[in-house]
Design a binder for this molecule. Structure first.
Ligand code: PXG
Length: 463
């Protein structure tokens, strides 16, 4: 059987339901409904098997920073596959693409982050980090420093290690997570959890939970704190301005390592190469993936400080993946970084399109269903609420209204993701002003339709 984009949608859906298990999906529910089949993409636009053209407000899964259809990346893969499709980086061996990409990342990364350990995904990279920080302390004669502190509603991946670092309770409920040695503190989500405090006070309160947790565990037992500069999968939660400076003070005071998970924030998403630069953070390790190759190849990694690399280099670090530094993935990532840089895409985001998007996106806060609209660079979210003034949650189960809104967006040929009752955008960085206008118009229309439906179904009630 040969399948193609011309195979009837129903046939593709039936085979998909019969044989393909989807991530984070209720299998039987999807099988009954049929998955949407995406067949092509160009720039910021997807085409599905029914011929719809859909504006991709999520850059795939927060990753297609450079946009779809770049032949240069295909050429880079082709060239590398013909020259050296695979060789490993174990056993005292290396190759040009891994060397070149590591050097490029060392140049791009801030401060003394000059060393790269490669993986194929963000999850793998965070598993590396988990073992690396503990090994670092063991090498420094402090093997009792095992605890890693992270945050509820943070996302760091889906493997056992990275999923444990993450703070997604639905994930922890399945398969024996979190593993021991990981402690979670609350997130700096002022809009939902800030109550009567000001955002600045709340940011300080939430940062100081880190200090309280360090003191509870014993500072001598804590290895690291890991966090996304801006939470992505948790709902694009932009922390109050007071939050990160206080976190930075605390990790410095207690001498614990700081891991900035840049899997979403990295590679231009916030208007700089890394979210750490936008938020004024000085990490010891940065997790990278997604935008590193704009999703054209699966590749991730950890960018590590001189000090951490030197200590780790003093032992044999018994860790690595077959595809650590995969030559084709490295070649494609290098080409992606070259284009993002030479075409001025990151600069254009910072200076031109992100300010335009911010202006238009924040106007969504005027919609009767929207409580707040927050955006940094090209990642933003709006909170749906039955009552703006009191920042109320819906009485209906969290996510009910968000799901309805996402369905409306789909129907209007716009991909916007929902996280509970927040709607997210994270478009390709190459999105034009005209396309931003289309995005906002479709979002507004979808909100209007959602409001009608929510009222009709009696869902406009506060918890
Ligand atoms: N860290 C962060 C900050 C992420 O957002 C990972 C690590 C894990 O990367 P991999 O490559 O292993 O998936 C991520 C991934 C969503 C969604 O629904 C977000 C991610 C993955 C899947 C779904 O928003 N982020």
């Amino acid at each position: 059987m040969t399948l193609s984009a011309n195979t009837p949608t129903a046939e593709l859906q039936a085979l998909d339901a019969a044989h393909h298990m989807h991530p984070f999906t209720h299998g039987a529910g999807l099988a009954a409904k049929g998955a949407r089949v995406i067949t092509r993409a160009e720039g910021c636009w997807l085409t599905d098997s029914d011929g719809h053209r859909i504006l991709d407000g999520m850059a795939g899964l927060w990753c297609v920073n450079i946009g779809y259809g770049r032949s240069e990346l295909a050429e880079a893969a082709r060239r590398q596959m013909l020259e050296l499709p695979f060789y490993n980086t174990f056993f005292q061996t290396t190759h040009v693409p891994a060397i070149a990409l590591a050097k490029r990342l060392a140049d791009l990364a801030p401060g003394d982050l000059n060393h790269v350990f490669f993986a194929s995904s963000g999850s793998e990279a965070n598993d590396t980090n988990l073992r690396m920080v503990r090994t670092y302390w063991a090498e420094k004669g402090q093997p009792q420093r095992q605890w890693i502190i992270s945050r509820w509603n943070g996302y760091h991946g889906s493997s056992v290690g990275s999923g444990s670092l993450g703070g997604m309770k639905g994930m922890h409920a399945q398969g024996g997570m979190p593993i021991p040695g990981i402690a979670h503190i609350d997130q700096p989500h002022w809009w939902l959890e800030g109550g009567q405090t000001s955002p600045e006070e709340f940011g300080l309160m939430r940062a100081r939970q880190l200090e309280e947790k360090i003191l509870e565990l014993g500072p001598q037992n804590v290895a690291a704190f890991i966090a996304e500069p801006i939470q992505g999968a948790g709902g694009v939660i932009v922390p109050p301005d007071s939050y990160w400076p206080e976190i930075q003070r605390i990790v410095k005071q207690y001498g614990i390592l700081l891991i900035a998970d840049e899997v979403i924030c990295g590679f231009g998403r916030t208007g700089n190469w890394f979210g750490a630069q936008t938020l004024g953070i000085t990490p010891d390790i940065m997790t990278i993936a997604k935008g590193l190759s704009s999703g054209y190849q699966p590749i991730g990694g950890s960018i590590v400080s001189d000090e951490v690399a030197e200590v780790i280099g003093g032992t044999e670090f018994n860790h690595g993946y077959t595809y650590s530094g995969h030559p084709v993935a490295c070649a494609v990532a290098l080409e992606n970084l070259r284009l993002l840089d030479e075409e001025g895409i990151v600069t254009r985001v910072r200076e031109e399109t992100a300010p335009y998007l911010k202006d238009r996106f924040e106007s969504l806060a005027e919609h009767p269903l929207v409580g707040e609209a927050r955006i940094v660079g090209m990642m933003g979210s709006i909170a749906l609420t039955p009552d703006k003034a009191s920042r109320a949650r819906f009485e209906a189960e969290a996510g009910t209204v968000g799901f309805l809104c996402r369905e409306r967006c789909f129907a209007n040929n716009l991909i916007m993701r929902h996280v509970y009752d927040r709607m997210i955008v994270s478009p390709p960085l190459v999105i034009s002003k005209d396309e931003i206008d289309i995005l906002i118009d479709r979002a507004w229309k979808s909100l209007d339709q959602t409001l009608v439906q929510v009222k009709a179904e009696g869902l406009m009630r506060s918890a």
